[in-house]
Design a protein around this ligand. Structure first.
Ligand code: ZN
Length: 551
C-alpha cells in the first residue's frame, strides 16, 4: 500500500462547481509542485546492467500508457488533442494533465480543469461506461465461485459482450498490445543482467504480462536481492473506487542505496536490545519476531500509478494475500525522493516556522534516519496482548484509533530509539539536537493539510505533548525551538504512555487521549498560515533515465 508522505489534501466539504481555470490559474496550481531534476549515480553499475535498466525504463513508458487508459476511456484522446495545442493555455493544460494523469486536479478534490470532461468516475475505466455499480454488484453475486474469482480479481476489467451482458476480460487481453511489448523488453533485460534474482523476477514478470498469472513473479519480487530493484506491473486498487478490486499499472525502477542499506542492517542488530529497554513495564516487553524486509533505493524512473499528484516516497507490496501469506510483504523506501521533498518542502517550511538557530540544525540525514527508525519501531512494542486472560491484538482492541496510535508510537519511539543508539555510540551523538529539531520541522509539514488522516492526527497529538512538557517552545516572534534536555524526557514519557495504552488494549484511554490532544492549537495554526506559499510536493523530472534512453 502507498504511504502518503505529505498527507492528502482538503477536508470533506462538498465541492462547489467552479469555472475552469485560465492559464494563470493553471500555472499557479502547477507551481504547488516544485520541479526537481532526478539524477542517480550509476557509475557502480556495469554496462550490461545499465542496458537492462534502460529496457526497464522503456517498458515503464508503456505502463504509463496503460495507466492513462485505466483512469478514463477518454484520456488518450484528450492527451493527443493537448499535445497538438500550441497555445500557452494548451501548454499549461498539457503540463497539468501530465501531472494529474487526467483532466481532474487531485489536490483539489478532483476539480475538472479541462472543458467538457465531467466529473471523475469512481469506476475509472475498469467497468463499462454505461454500467451502474448496482448492476455490476448484482451480476457478481449471480456468478459461480470460479467466475466470481475472475470478476472480482485484481487483473481483469469488466466489459460488455455484443449482446449486452457483462464479462470479465483478462488484462493480458485488454492491454495486449502494450503488455506484449513490455514483456519483450523485460525478457531482454533479463537476458542482459547477470544477477540471478533479478533475472528470475524479470523472466517471471515477462511471462505474467502474457499469461495474466502474477503469483510466481510476485514471489520472485519478494526474493529480489540485486543492485537494480524494479517494481513493475498491476498493483494498487485505490483507482477502483467502486469495489477496490482492480489493480492499476505502475512502475518504480530503482537502484539500491548501499549506504542507507548498511545503516538499516546496523539498526537491525540493535532492535532486541531496544525492545529490552523500552520505557514500559518489563512484562510488556517481548522477543521480537522476523521483521518484514525493507529496501532503501534511489528511484531512476516511475510511471503510471507511480507518478501522479502527490509522489509516493515509500510503498509496501504486494497486496495479493496469497503472496503475503507465503512470503510477507516488502517495504521499499525512495531515498532520493525523500531528499527532493526535504529540499523543496521541508527546508522552506523550517525557515518560516523555526527560530534561526534551530533552522541551522535541520538536516536530511537526521530526517531520513528517523524515517528508517520509524519503520523499524512498527515491529517493536506490544502487538499480541492479553486483556484479562483473553489473547487479542492491539489492532483489534483499539479499532479505528489503532492507526493513529501506532503511527504516533512509531514516530515518538523512533526518536527515543535514536537517542538510545546515540547514548550507546552506535550513532554520532553530535546529531542529537539536529534529530529533535528536524522532527519538529517535519511535524509542521505533516500538519499543513489539516487533521484528516492518521499521520496528521498523530502528529498533532505528539506536538501538543512536546509543548506541554517544555520540549517545544514558542518564541516571542511566533517561531518555535526545541529544548533538547526536555525533549529527551518527553519522548520517553510519551513512548511510555502510548505503548502502555497499547499493552492494555485500552480503547477508552486511547479515545480520551485523542479527544484531548488531537487539535491544532491557535499558535500552531498561526505558524502554518505563514507557510501557504511553500510547495506542497515535487514534480520529478527523470534526467538520468532520459539520458539512458537516448543513448
Ligand atoms: Zn508508519
Amino acid at each position: 500500500m502507498v504511504t502518503f508522505s505529505a498527507g492528502s489534501a482538503g477536508a470533506a466539504e462538498t465541492p462547489i462547481p467552479r469555472p475552469l481555470p485560465n492559464q494563470a490559474e493553471l500555472e499557479a496550481l502547477t507551481a504547488r509542485f516544485a520541479p526537481v531534476e532526478i539524477r542517480v549515480e550509476l557509475a557502480a553499475l556495469p554496462a550490461h546492467e545499465r542496458q537492462a535498466l534502460t529496457r526497464l525504463i522503456q517498458a515503464s513508458k508503456l505502463i504509463d500508457g496503460i495507466y492513462l487508459r485505466q483512469v478514463s476511456p477518454s484520456n488518450t484522446s484528450i492527451m493527443l488533442d493537448l499535445t497538438q495545442d500550441e497555445s500557452p493555455l494548451g501548454k499549461a493544460r498539457l503540463h497539468y494533465f501530465v501531472l494529474n494523469k487526467g483532466p481532474w486536479s487531485e489536490l483539489d478534490k478532483d476539480r475538472p480543469f479541462l472543458p467538457n470532461v465531467g466529473a471523475r468516475s469512481p469506476a475509472a475505466n475498469f467497468y463499462p461506461i454505461d454500467a451502474q455499480r448496482e448492476e455490476v454488484d448484482r451480476w457478481i453475486r449471480s456468478l459461480t465461485d470460479k467466475q466470481r474469482t475472475d470478476a472480482t480479481g485484481f487483473f481483469t476489467t469488466i466489459r460488455r459482450t455484443p449482446d449486452g451482458k457483462l464479462t470479465a476480460v483478462p488484462y493480458s487481453i485488454e492491454y495486449q498490445g502494450e503488455l506484449q511489448e513490455a514483456s519483450r523488453l523485460l525478457s531482454e533485460a533479463a537476458a542482459l543482467t547477470s544477477q540471478p534474482t533479478l533475472k528470475s523476477f524479470l523472466d517471471k514478470r515477462a511471462k505474467a504480462f502474457l499469461s495474466n498469472d502474477y503469483f510466481e513473479s510476485d514471489i520472485a519480487w519478494m526474493e529480489l536481492n540485486a543492485s537494480i530493484e524494479p517494481t513493475i506491473g498491476p498493483y494498487e486498487v485505490y483507482e477502483d473506487e467502486w469495489f477496490n478490486y482492480k489493480a492499476a499499472f505502475e512502475s518504480f525502477i530503482a537502484v539500491v542505496d548501499s549506504k542507507e542499506t548498511e545503516k538499516l542492517a546496523r539498526f537491525g542488530k540493535e532492535l532486541q536490545g531496544l525492545e529490552d529497554k523500552l520505557p514500559i513495564e518489563a512484562r510488556f516487553r517481548k522477543k521480537i519476531g522476523g521483521l518484514s524486509p525493507i529496501r532503501v533505493v534511489n528511484l531512476v524512473y516511475s510511471a503510471g500509478d507511480g507518478y501522479h499528484g502527490i509522489q509516493s516516497a515509500a510503498f509496501n507490496l504486494p497486496n495479493d494475500e496469497r503472496v503475503v501469506a507465503a512470503k510477507g510483504s516488502k517495504r521499499v523506501m525512495l531515498h532520493n525522493f525523500q531528499q527532493a521533498k526535504f529540499a523543496s518542502v521541508l527546508m522552506p517550511l523550517a525557515k518560516l516556522t523555526l527560530s534561526p538557530s534551530d533552522q541551522a540544525l535541520v538536516s536530511f540525514d537526521s530526517f531520513f534516519t528517523h524515517i528508517l527508525m520509524h519503520e523499524l519501531m512498527h515491529g517493536l512494542g506490544p502487538q499480541t496482548i492479553l486483556v484479562g486472560d483473553r489473547e487479542t491484538t492491539v489492532r483489534q482492541e483499539l479499532k479505528e484509533l489503532n492507526g493513529l496510535l501506532e503511527e504516533s508510537k512509531a514516530d515518538i519511539s523512533g526518536l527515543w530509539a535514536l537517542q538510545q543508539l546515540m547514548d550507546k555510540g552506535v550513532l554520532d551523538k553530535k546529531q542529537e539536537a539536529s534529530m529533535y529539531v528536524t522532527f519538529l520541522a517535519s511535524a509542521f509539514r505533516t500538519l499543513r493539510f489539516g487533521l484528516n488522516e492518521a499521520h496528521a492526527k498523530g502528529m498533532a497529538m505528539q506536538l501538543n505533548y512536546l509543548m506541554d512538557h517544555g520540549a517545544v517552545v514558542r518564541n516571542s516572534d511566533g517561531t518555535f525551538r526545541v529544548n533538547v534536555a526536555k525533549a529527551k524526557t518527553a519522548t520517553a514519557g510519551l513512548t511510555h504512555d502510548l505503548m502502555t495504552i497499547q499493552a492494555h488494549g485500552d480503547y477508552a484511554a486511547a479515545a480520551a487521549l485523542v479527544k484531548r490532544a488531537v487539535v491544532i492549537r491557535p499558535e500552531i495554526q498561526e505558524a502554518l498560515d505563514r507557510t501557504k506559499a511553500v510547495a506542497i510536493d515535487i514534480e520529478p523530472r527523470f534526467v538520468t533515465a532520459e539520458e539512458l534512453v537516448r543513448q
